[in-house]
Design a protein around this ligand. Structure first.
Ligand SMILES: Cc1ncc(COP(=O)(O)O)c(C=O)c1O
Ligand SMILES: N[C@@H](CCCC[NH3+])C(=O)O
Length: 388
């Protein structure tokens, strides 16, 4: 919910922009930290969700590690103060240049996604006279019951090694003198709201942890990835994810052997609710079949609705200030200015009757929003405005 003061402040900035509520970010981080600390769990923030400098500064200041998926994310995490012994480097296609840079930075661990990658890291580490810590990303074939496009832990997905490939992984590890296996890593998908999916993940992790122990490997880290979802439908009533319930599932169902640490890689749940995309109504096009609100933001600023049919709550902030019980409501297709028919945030959105210049908020846009913006149509770089 935006206060009148905030709306007045937003009116003075040029749209479109992302508005960050840094207090909510801080509250979310502290809630997560407290819930994780209860079990001694380690949280790494998945930078891919949002690498806005202010967001990174806030997250590193609560002591979380960093989960990175490119050489540039590794560099950014260290630049913004994440401790290098809490930086992990994941990704299915790490280049030699990226691996070398991460080796030079002495990061904590590579999350490795194939036997081929193990061999490359072994060679590159050897050439530097180093030993690289690795965790094997295993595809647990657990259904996350999330959108098909953002599920990652199924046999049909490109990520990780499949269970039937593990004997080959074990053989390779035994023959790679420059690798030190420290952990096993999993990530079953994103925007998961059914905690049973994590329960099923725990069962698989327990089996695989036992398998590695039987093979004589000392697995120090169980990295169960991220994926905790947020409430896109009620961003005000439910603005902080239920971290306590999430971590409790792992405490209840994950078998942790003596000396093992449990690591998480949360992205969305930490940052989604703290930002909204703020746009202005450029034109109201009333037709016979449809009414359109044409905004000055589109898929170039927030692509999630177009890419995954993702729901984001849409609010008319200007009319919120003057809406009375007599206000007229109209259904609009809320669209952007981009030359693509898919450039639509949502069809048939019921909003107070809107006029040119009204401020529109597209909520829960802090994760995979600003970071996925593009310059298509040679659009300007989207700007950010902060609550403090
Ligand atoms: C390997 C890995 N870890 C962590 C994350 C973060 O996921 P989320 O933002 O859903 O918490 C992702 C993205 O889905 C991922 O691919
Ligand atoms: N970018 C996606 C999620 C992918 C997460 C990265 N593995 C989203 O906006 O929901």
């Amino acid at each position: 919910m935006f206060t009148q003061d905030t709306i007045n402040r937003l009116k003075s900035a040029e749209t479109p922009f992302y508005y960050y509520d840094l207090q909510l970010l801080d509250d979310t981080l502290k809630t997560c930290r407290t819930a994780a600390d209860q079990y001694g769990y380690h949280v790494h923030y998945a930078l891919k969700a949002n690498f806005n400098p202010k967001v990174l500064q806030a997250i590193q200041s609560v002591g979380f590690g960093a989960d990175c998926v490119s050489g540039n994310e590794v560099k950014a995490s260290i630049q913004y103060g994440f401790s290098k012994d809490k930086v992990v480097f994941a990704g299915v296609g790490k280049t030699d240049r990226e691996i070398n840079a991460a080796l030079d930075l002495d990061i904590f661990c590579f999350n490795v996604e194939s036997v081929q990658e193990l061999l490359v890291i072994n060679d590159l580490a050897g050439a530097k006279g180093k030993k690289a810590n690795v965790a094997i990303r295993i595809n647990p074939n657990v259904d996350a019951h999330t959108h098909h496009f953002i599920t990652t832990g199924l046999e049909e997905n490109k990520f990780g090694v499949n269970v039937w490939q593990l004997p080959d992984v074990a053989f390779t590890l035994r023959n790679c003198a420059n690798l030190n296996l420290i952990g096993i890593h999993f990530h079953i998908g994103s925007q998961i709201t059914d905690l049973d999916a994590f329960k099923n993940l725990c069962t698989r992790v327990n089996e695989l942890s036992d398998w590695f122990a039987e093979q004589g490997f000392n697995i120090k880290v169980l990295n169960v990835g991220g994926g905790l979802g947020v409430n896109y439908h009620s961003p005000d009533e439910d603005n902080i994810a239920n971290f306590a319930a999430y971590f409790k599932v792992f405490n209840d169902f994950l078998q942790v052997k003596a000396g093992q640490e449990v690591h998480f890689e949360l992205g969305r749940a930490l940052v989604a609710q703290c930002a909204s995309l703020i746009a202005s109504v450029l034109y109201v096009k009333n037709g016979k079949k449809k009414n359109f609100l044409v905004l000055d933001a589109g898929m170039t600023e927030l692509i999630r609705p177009m890419l995954y049919q993702a729901y984001h709550q849409i609010e008319n902030l200007s009319q919120q200030l003057i809406t009375t019980h007599n206000s007229q409501f109209t259904n609009y297709d809320v669209v952007g200015p981009i030359c693509e028919s898919t450039d639509c945030f949502r069809k048939d959105v019921e909003l107070p009757e809107s006029v040119r210049g009204d401020l529109i908020a597209i909520r829960t846009a802090g994760a995979y929003g600003e970071v996925m913006a593009s310059h298509y149509n040679l659009r300007d770089q989207v700007q950010s405005v902060y609550s403090e």
